[in-house]
Design a protein. Structure first.
Length: 258
C-alpha cells in the first residue's frame, strides 16, 4: 500500500510563502541584470506617488480640520484639536497603507513589458511548463485591467479600515493588522497576475486558486506589504516580488521551482 502524502499545514504553507519571497530576493544575486531591469518602472512609480503623498501632507491640516469639524464642531477647543490630530494620523496611516498596493499596481502597469520579461525568463530557466503560454502583447491589456480592479478593491476596503482606525486605542492596533492582512492578500493576487495571465488564468479564477492556498499567499504577500512601507525599499521589493510571485504561481500549479 502506498503512503499517503500528508496535507501541508497552514503554518508550513505560510513559511513557504516567506521562502518564496526570499528566493525572489535571491534572484538579484542569481540574475542581477534581469532584476535590475525592473528598477526602472519602480523608480518612476515611486516618484509619482511621492509627489502625491507630499501634496497630501501640504493640505493635511485643512483636510483634518474639515473632517473633524463634520462631527466635532460643537466640542471644546482641546477636544476638537485632539479629534483633528486623530483624523490626521488616520489619514496618514491610510495613505501609507493604500500607497503600498497602489504603488505595486501602478508599477506593474507602467512596467508590464519589463516584468513580463523577468517572469518569463525565470520560468524558462526553471524548465518548460505543460501549458500553452500567451504572448505578452496579448496579456498586456488584461494585466493592466486586473491591476486597476485590484486598486479599486483596495480603495473600497480602505474606508472601513480608516473608520476602525478612528476608534481610540483599539483602532490604532486593529487597523494596521487588518491593513497588512488585506494588503498582503491583494498584493499576492496582483503580483501573480503576469504568470497566471500568461497561462490563460485570469483574475476571477486566479483568486479561486489562491484561496485554496490562502496561507501560502498570505505568507508571501504580508511581508511584501510590510517591506513596502519602509521608505525607498519598495523600489527593490517589487522586482523581487515579481520573481517570487512567479515561483508562487509555479508552486500552486505543481511545477518545479528549483
Amino acid at each position: 500500500m502506498s503512503a499517503v502524502t500528508p496535507r501541508p499545514t497552514a503554518g508550513s504553507e505560510f513559511v513557504w510563502g516567506l521562502r518564496l519571497l526570499g528566493r525572489g530576493f535571491g534572484m538579484y544575486a542569481k540574475y542581477p541584470g534581469l532584476l535590475l531591469l525592473g528598477l526602472i518602472p519602480a523608480v518612476i512609480a515611486f516618484v509619482v506617488l511621492l509627489a502625491a503623498f507630499v501634496t497630501l501632507l501640504v493640505f493635511l491640516d485643512d483636510l483634518g480640520g474639515w473632517l473633524a469639524g463634520s462631527f466635532a464642531g460643537g466640542w471644546s477647543a482641546d477636544a476638537r484639536r485632539a479629534a483633528e490630530l486623530l483624523v490626521e494620523v488616520t489619514i496618514v496611516i491610510g495613505a501609507l497603507w493604500l500607497s503600498v498596493l497602489v504603488y505595486t499596481a501602478l508599477t506593474l502597469i507602467i512596467g508590464d513589458p519589463f516584468y513580463e520579461k523577468i517572469s518569463e525568463e525565470i520560468e524558462r530557466r526553471l524548465g518548460a511548463v505543460d501549458h500553452p503560454e500567451l504572448p505578452w502583447h496579448k496579456t498586456l491589456p488584461r494585466n493592466a485591467a486586473d491591476s486597476i480592479r485590484v486598486i479599486g478593491t483596495q480603495l473600497l476596503l480602505t474606508i472601513p479600515v480608516l473608520l476602525i482606525g478612528l476608534v481610540p486605542f483599539a483602532g490604532q492596533v486593529l487597523a494596521p493588522i487588518l491593513a497588512l492582512l488585506i494588503g498582503g492578500w491583494l498584493l499576492s493576487v496582483d503580483l501573480t497576475g503576469i504568470p497566471f495571465n500568461r497561462r490563460g488564468v485570469f483574475l476571477q479564477e486566479r483568486r479561486r486558486v489562491l484561496r485554496r492556498h490562502r496561507a501560502l499567499a498570505l505568507g508571501f504577500g504580508i511581508p511584501v506589504a510590510a517591506l513596502a512601507l519602509v521608505p525607498f525599499a519598495n523600489i527593490v521589493v517589487v522586482p523581487a516580488a515579481i520573481a517570487g510571485g512567479t515561483l508562487l504561481t509555479r508552486r500552486v500549479h505543481g511545477q518545479p521551482i528549483d
